[in-house]
Design a protein around this ligand. Structure first.
Ligand code: MN
Length: 341
């Protein structure tokens, strides 16, 4: 039987999850002759089509639930794992059925885990006695990268660490065979050896070169005023920029407002410095601001998407948001606890 592992595509945690699941399944179950890998992308909305499942057994890791009878194993930690209440009910019914018969569950969900790799490790050792020896580095970096828990902006932006370079290659994979080629190495070799493999190594330098060009561009454009970084790149199309670059350039900043465009849309990105020493009670709720301008997000980061032809509106709104954040910074600094310093 060829076992198909479906994983979150172009995602470091998705690839590490697929690798860890394979090691677990091969050592504890041992029922597959071989494993094959397919990436799943969020850009395809709605239920996972039946056509992606293989004729043998199937697992989904680090990606949304599917009620398909072809799915046996499932692990996810995304808040948005269930497309509908019916999907959640379907999942819970299977859990209860396993409990009644005393079988070990094969489908697992917990949004409290930082990485899906860490979640698979916990479930595999707890329910199946799987031995995690030798997996420390894989688990450590899956949490750092998927949880964006880098100890510093410098580490996140300079990308000297092999695991960060490998994540860059995986996030920018442009052929369907690349990630399946990397996965089997992840539980076997240290990251430094994986990035030295010629088929990986040849992709790193061009990506780092683009990344360095983004740093230079943001360095030229970004302006820091009252702890708010603002930059406007509407004069060109930009690909995904590392959201940590502004804080690498201006570690003392609290917020960033950026306005960028791709071929199909204009985007305002609003963020909070992940390394700010300020307590969260002193920080502005970014989601609330973005919602007022037709966007959304989380307490610390958010975005507003506009049409490709709405550059002027995007620029005006981005400037209003930056002004609002500066006013909030000014107000906070005027509070007695700050002026007494
Ligand atoms: Mn993940």
């Amino acid at each position: 039987m060829i076992f198909r592992v479906l994983h979150h595509n172009q995602c470091f945690d998705g690839a590490c999850s697929a690798a860890l699941f394979t090691k677990f399944h091969a050592s504890i179950l041992g029922t597959a002759q071989a494993y094959e890998y397919r990436g799943l992308a969020h850009s395809t909305p709605g239920p996972i089509p039946e056509s992606v499942f293989g004729p043998g057994e199937n697992a989904i890791v680090d990606f949304k639930y599917s009620p398909s009878p072809r799915l046996t194993w499932w692990f996810d930690h995304h808040q948005s794992a269930f497309l509908s209440p019916e999907d959640r009910t379907h999942f819970e019914a299977a859990q209860q059925a396993a409990q009644r018969t005393g079988d070990s569950p094969r489908q697992f969900f917990d949004p409290n885990f930082i990485s899906c790799t860490g979640f698979i490790a916990a479930c595999a050792s707890q329910h199946f006695g799987f031995d995690l020896t030798g997996l420390d580095d894989l688990l450590f970096w899956a949490d750092i990268i998927d949880g964006a828990r880098f100890p510093s902006a410098k580490m996140a932006v300079e990308m000297h660490e092999p695991a960060i370079q490998l994540a860059l290659v995986i996030e920018n994979a442009d052929t369907p065979d690349l990630i399946p080629r990397i996965i089997p190495h992840l539980t076997v070799s240290p990251f430094a050896e994986i990035v030295a493999l010629p088929f990986v190594q040849q992709r790193i330098e061009p990506l780092l070169e683009k990344h360095r060009a983004s740093i230079d561009l943001i360095r030229q454009r970004a302006v820091l005023d009252q702890q708010v970084i603002f930059f406007d790149l509407l004069d060109r199309e930009t690909e995904a920029l590392s959201k940590f670059i502004p804080y690498f350039l201006y570690p003392e900043a609290t917020y960033t407002v950026a306005v960028t465009r791709s071929r199909t849309r204009t985007k305002i990105s609003v963020g909070t410095n992940p390394w700010t020493p300020l307590p969260s009670a002193h920080l502005v709720n970014i989601a609330a601001i973005c919602e007022r301008f037709g966007g959304g997000g989380h307490a610390r980061v958010g975005a507003i998407s506009l049409g490709a032809s709405e550059a002027d509106l995007a620029r005006t709104n981005a400037r209003s948001i930056a002004a609002e954040l500066r006013a909030a910074v000014g107000q906070r600094e005027a509070m007695p606890s700050h002026s007494e310093r």
